[in-house]
Design a binder for this molecule. Sequence first.
Ligand SMILES: CC(C)(COP(=O)(O)OP(=O)(O)OC[C@H]1O[C@@H](n2cnc3c(N)ncnc32)[C@H](O)[C@@H]1OP(=O)(O)O)[C@@H](O)C(=O)NCCC(=O)NCCS
Length: 165
Amino acid sequence: MGEFSIRQARLGDAEGIYALIGANADRLVPRSLANIVESIDRFVVAEAGGGIAGCAAYQIHPEIGAPEAATVEIVSVAVRQDMRRRGMGRALVEAIADRARAFSPRELVTLTFSPEFFSSLGFAEVPKTKIMHKLYTGCINCTKHADPFTCPEIAMIRHVRERNL
Ligand SMILES: CC(C)(COP(=O)(O)OP(=O)(O)OC[C@H]1O[C@@H](n2cnc3c(N)ncnc32)[C@H](O)[C@@H]1OP(=O)(O)O)[C@@H](O)C(=O)NCCC(=O)NCCS
C-alpha cells in the first residue's frame, strides 16, 4: 500500500489519463482524448498496482519579444482519490519540474483550486496580472469562465532560475 512509481506517459496511458482528468472535471481544464495523445510526450504518470493512479503535464507560454522569458505552466495534475496524501501529487509535480529545469525557464506557474498543495511545493500566490502571457495563450480560450480575472482559480509561481540568466 502506498507504493507507486513515476514515469514518462505512453500512448497506451492516454485513456487512463483522460479518465483521471474527467474524474476531476470540477478542478481541471477538460482535455479531449486526441489532445492528450498529441501531448503525450508532455505527460508523466504515477503507476500503482499495475494501473494509472496519477498524472501531470506542462505547457509552455511564450512571452512576446523575450523567448527566454517563456513560462512553463503545470497542468492536468490529478491523483486518484484513494491514493491521495501519500506524496504522489508532489512526486508528479517534481517530475515535471525536473523536465522543465532541463530547458531553464524562469518560473513554473499554475492556476489552481488547490493552493495548499502548491504552496507546500514552494509555489507562492501572485496577481494574475503577473501572468498575462498565460491568460492570452490559455485562459482566453476557456469555456468555463468568460473573464480570467473573475475566475476563482489562484495564480501561483515557483522560480526556477534568476532573471537574465
Ligand atoms: C491536489 C492533488 C493533486 C494532491 O495530490 P496528493 O497526491 O494528495 O498530494 P501529496 O500527497 O503529494 O501532498 C503533498 C502536500 O500537499 C498538501 N496537500 C495535499 N492535498 C491537500 C489538501 N487537500 N488540503 C491541504 N493540503 C493538501 C499537504 O501539505 C501535503 O503534504 P502532507 O500530506 O505531508 O501534509 C489531489 O488532491 C488531486 O488530484 N486533486 C484534484 C485535482 C486537482 O485539484 N489538481 C490540482 C489543480 S491544478
